[in-house]
Design a protein around this ligand. Structure first.
Ligand code: ATP
Length: 879
């Protein structure tokens, strides 16, 4: 019962020293003994179960029904082909699902939480899975706790334990409490912290007492295992489209059957025709192809440092027209260095002579470390501690001399942090933070070694000096103090302080960001900076990066508060920089942008950023500096925290959408072509040009490869020269629907032409009676090969709606060329290998016929290319 023991007992039992933690060897040994700190997920679906899950689909039911009927009629070869296609379809489905799952698993691994532990006397960040009992774990706000801990230290520590207790109000934790009652409920164990709960405020340290399945979370075995089966809006639309087409097909089948009954046609033949039509109308491969294209796209995005957590984000990315970004770390390098300081009377500019009091306050009121040239912790604080080091005020020795006894942690609403340190006589509060905030809570000033009242005039002087530094893009951080003779509570710390002065630090902009902002601008996307930092600093950096041109384009949080929501959203388009904002302002900013019909992406890293990340169309979390909460609430995570990655992700998102649209339009053209050929022959009382098995073969074998190849098209170089896509825009907009219709008509008509020519070679026409079997076979073979080859060639033309295949680059999509060649070879194989040929009721073609079908097959491609020339000459064209 860890909660009823003292800290010393616990440490003793776990054989660990709290100051140094475990040694690396000991941790390794314990990892072997206790295993990885990981909850066991629910068992994976077996391949067999996955296989059967694939069969639950309306088209498959239609096919199975057709298979059974053909079996009863005695058409065994057809039945075998139909069943083989069903099995093949399911196998492809299983493979794709596995691949997609693997991709998602790999992404999840990249986002597993990390934990801060003390080992070998140093603080290290490790994967939570590597935590072992006895590890000393450090807790800070926004972090998920990765094992059950007995707390050793707590500073205003609050933990939200709803995952375990259902209670969403955070509980206060006290490391020094001891609960002798063994029945203490989990919610009351104030000296413990549990796996999967979340630090919402403060700081703490604890020793891991249980890991993996031994934790409270493991015992409940309630696994946070959300099924990541979210469909994107496009997928949903396509699913509906598929269903509609299915119903239409079934309707037409029934109708044909009735007509056949009335016309007293051969029932069996009409049955086969009805099935041909159903098979022709339904794009079987479509959902699987879209899923695989999305999965491949998401994997590709992870390689450029953007991890997409929610699949719909891929589509939304293509519509983003406003990127709201934090400044520090995303637009800048987050490598801060103190370069200036200021104290009264004005003795700034000489950085080597910063007064001891100023540095002492800043260093004591920091949690970062800086040793042997290496810093850990918040870069702002690392800069301060490094500054101390340079001035011979080492953090470790200062900490030992003036022990910290209490603190009030930094939060981005107050923009302040305070510590209470034990001094020679009594105690001293050290506060650091935004100068404007600091001046509001100060009444005195430290001037030339003396304490004097802080007059309004002096305040202005401080602010003026700070503004000058800000104009040079420096981040300004002030320091103040107050003495007391006893330990005071956190609430009493930040009032009646004595201002000492401030420092200015540079944080250079990221070099690549300027280009990305320009690229975004060309793509119709506005970049907006949102920061907790001072307005002038923010604007100075925004100007360097090309986000804003003047200070008029900036607004502070206070100014936002003075406007009504309506007024704010009316004026928001005039602003590019929002400074001194708190997390709630972010929500207000997104709301205002969204009210104007914009699609907004928003970055966030802090604990309080979750609401704005959820509220944005695309919530972007920081992979390196982001808290676990912000990552949880986001749609996408940047593994490099870099603004440019957002722009790259948008480019990828646009390309993925375009590629999916190419695949879908291609597949629909193919299906339409088949429907046209069959429907026309029914309407005109012609023989049916294609058998169901032939259509199935083409739909599932020949078409699938080019469709996937189109889905991984290298993408249009000019995709970022166009305006963002309107999310409400129909999938068939911008001529896409027309392209499908034209392609479909051409493919259908040419198939019929080939069929006619095939009959003609044997001296028959479409209206001849009693056509013999060999003439039919010849005509169907011609139709079959023309259908396949025209679709294969047509796929080349689908790569761009306006650019010619040569402008796009004939060989730039090697997969497509490969799949066209494979498709033609397969077609050749089917008609030349005797047993396949007889199964599909086709025969080998003469050289002349091959020439003829290839020429016919090229026509849709050629006509589409001519249409493109026409489009290009009339307008510059887009899409
Ligand atoms: P961004 O929102 O672009 O990341 P930011 O890092 O400046 O910008 P915050 O971290 O919210 O935003 O900081 C806001 C302000 O709070 C800073 O300008 C600074 O004055 C102050 N501040 C930042 N870090 C600390 C800290 N560790 N201790 C005290 N004050 C801080």
């Amino acid at each position: 019962m860890w909660f009823s023991k003292s800290q010393a007992e616990v440490l003793q039992e776990l054989q660990v020293n709290a100051t140094n933690g475990l040694t690396t060897e000991e941790a390794k040994a314990r990892l072997e003994q206790y295993g990885a700190n990981r909850l066991k997920g629910k068992p994976k679906k077996s391949t067999i179960a996955l296989f059967f899950a694939q069969l639950k689909d309306m088209l498959i039911y239609v096919l199975l029904g057709a298979g059974v009927v053909t079996l009863i009629i005695g058409e065994y070869v057809d039945a075998i082909i139909i069943f083989a296609v069903v099995v093949l379809n399911a196998v492809i489905g299983v493979i794709q699902e596995n691949k997609a799952e693997k991709a998602i698993e790999a992404l999840q691994k990249m986002t597993t939480p990390r934990a801060l532990v003390r080992r070998d006397g140093e603080v290290k960040e490790i994967q939570s899975e590597l935590i072992v009992p006895g590890d000393i774990v450090i807790l800070d706000a926004g972090r998920f706790i990765s094992a059950d801990l007995r707390l050793l230290e707590s500073a205003n520590l609050q933990i939200e334990e709803s995952a375990l207790t259902g209670e969403s109000v955070p509980t206060d934790k006290q490391a020094d409490d001891i609960h002798p009652d063994p029945q203490t409920p989990i919610g009351d164990k104030s000296n413990m912290a549990f796996m999967s709960t979340l630090v919402t405020y403060g700081r703490g340290e604890g020793v891991a007492v249980a890991t993996a399945m031994e934790t409270e979370m493991g015992k409940i075995a309630k696994i946070l295992d959300d099924d990541n089966k979210e469909l994107t809006p496009l997928q949903k639309k396509l699913e509906e489209l598929g269903k509609t087409l299915g119903f239409i097909a079934i309707g037409i089948c029934v109708l044909i059957f009735i007509i056949a009954l009335i016309q007293k046609r051969d029932l069996f033949e009409m049955f086969l025709t009805a099935i041909s039509l159903a098979v022709a109308a339904i794009p079987e491969g479509l959902p699987a192809i879209v899923a695989i294209v999305l999965a491949l796209g998401v994997t590709r995005m992870s390689k450029i440092n953007a991890i997409v957590k929610k699949l719909p984000a891929v589509e939304t990315l293509g519509s983003v027209n406003i990127i709201c970004s934090d400044k520090t770390g995303t637009l800048t390098q987050n490598k801060m260095t103190v370069v200036k300081h200021f104290t009264e009377p004005n003795e700034s500019l000489d950085k080597d002579k910063a007064p001891v009091e100023l540095i002492k306050a800043l260093v004591l009121c920091s949690d970062a470390t800086f040793e042997n040239g290496e810093g850990t912790g918040d870069p702002t604080e690392v800069a301060l501690v490094a500054f101390g080091d340079k001035n011979n005020l080492n953090k470790r020795s200062l900490d030992m001399e003036f022990k910290r006894v209490a603190e009030k942690p930094f939060d981005s609403d107050r923009k302040l942090m305070s510590t209470l340190n034990k001094m020679e006589n009594g105690y001293r509060v050290h506060t650091k933070g935004a100068l404007d905030q600091l001046l509001q809570i100060s009444t005195l000033a430290y001037v030339d070694g003396k304490v004097v009242p802080l007059t309004e005039e002096m305040k202005l002087q401080y602010l003026k000096a700070a503004e000058n530094m800000s104009d040079e893009a420096l981040r300004v951080l002030g320091a103040a103090y107050k003495d007391t003779d006893h330990i005071i509570s956190a609430d009493e710390m930040e009032r009646d302080l004595t201002v000492i002065g401030f420092v200015g630090m540079i944080d250079p902009p990221r070099l690549e960001v300027k280009d990305s902002i320009r690229e975004a601008k060309l793509a119709g996307i506005t970049s907006v900076m949102i920061t907790g930092d001072h307005k002038n600093t923010a604007v100075a950096i925004a100007k360097q990066l090309g986000i804003a041109e003047s200070i008029e384009q900036s607004m502070t949080g206070t100014e936002i508060d003075q406007l009504s929501d309506e007024e704010f959203s009316r004026r928001i388009s005039n602003y590019r920089v929002f400074a001194r904002v708190s997390p709630e302002h972010k929500v207000k900013i997104i709301k205002a942008f969204k009210a104007k019909g914009n699609i907004v992406s928003m970055t966030g890293d802090g604990v309080n950023d979750a609401p704005s990340l959820k509220f944005a169309d695309i919530g972007v979390a920081m992979g390196i500096t982001g808290t676990d909460v912000s990552k949880g609430a986001s749609d996408m995570i940047l593994t490099d925290d870099n603004f440019s990655t957002i722009v790259h992700a948008i480019r990828e998102g646009r390309n993925i959408y375009l590629n999916i649209s190419k695949s879908v339009i291609f597949l629909l053209s193919c299906n339409l072509g088949e429907v046209v050929a069959i429907l026309a022959s029914i309407l005109f009382f012609w023989p049916i040009p294609l058998l169901p098995t032939q259509i199935l073969w083409i739909n599932l074998v020949t078409d699938t490869l080019p469709a996937i190849a189109l889905g991984v098209d290298p993408g249009d170089k000019d995709v970022m020269k166009k305006k963002p896509r309107d999310p409400k825009e129909s999938f068939f907009a911008k001529g896409a629907g027309l392209r499908a219709v034209i392609g479909g008509l051409l493919i259908g008509i040419l198939t019929l032409v080939a069929f006619y020519l095939g009959l003609h070679e044997f001296g028959y026409s479409l209206n001849s009676e009693n056509i013999p079997e060999d003439a039919m076979m010849n005509a169907r073979t011609m139709a079959f090969v023309v259908l396949a080859s025209s679709q294969l060639f047509y796929s080349l033309s689908m790569r761009s709606a306006t650019k010619s295949i040569f402008q796009v680059g004939f060989f730039t999509n090697k997969y497509l060329i490969g799949s066209i060649v494979t498709g033609l070879v397969l077609q050749f194989v089917v008609i030349t290998i005797p047993f396949l040929a007889s199964a599909f009721k086709v025969h080998n073609l003469s050289l002349v016929d091959w020439g003829l079908v290839i020429v016919l097959g090229l026509i849709p491609l050629i006509i589409n290319e001519i249409i493109k020339i026409f489009i290009r000459s009339t307008k510059t064209g887009d899409a």
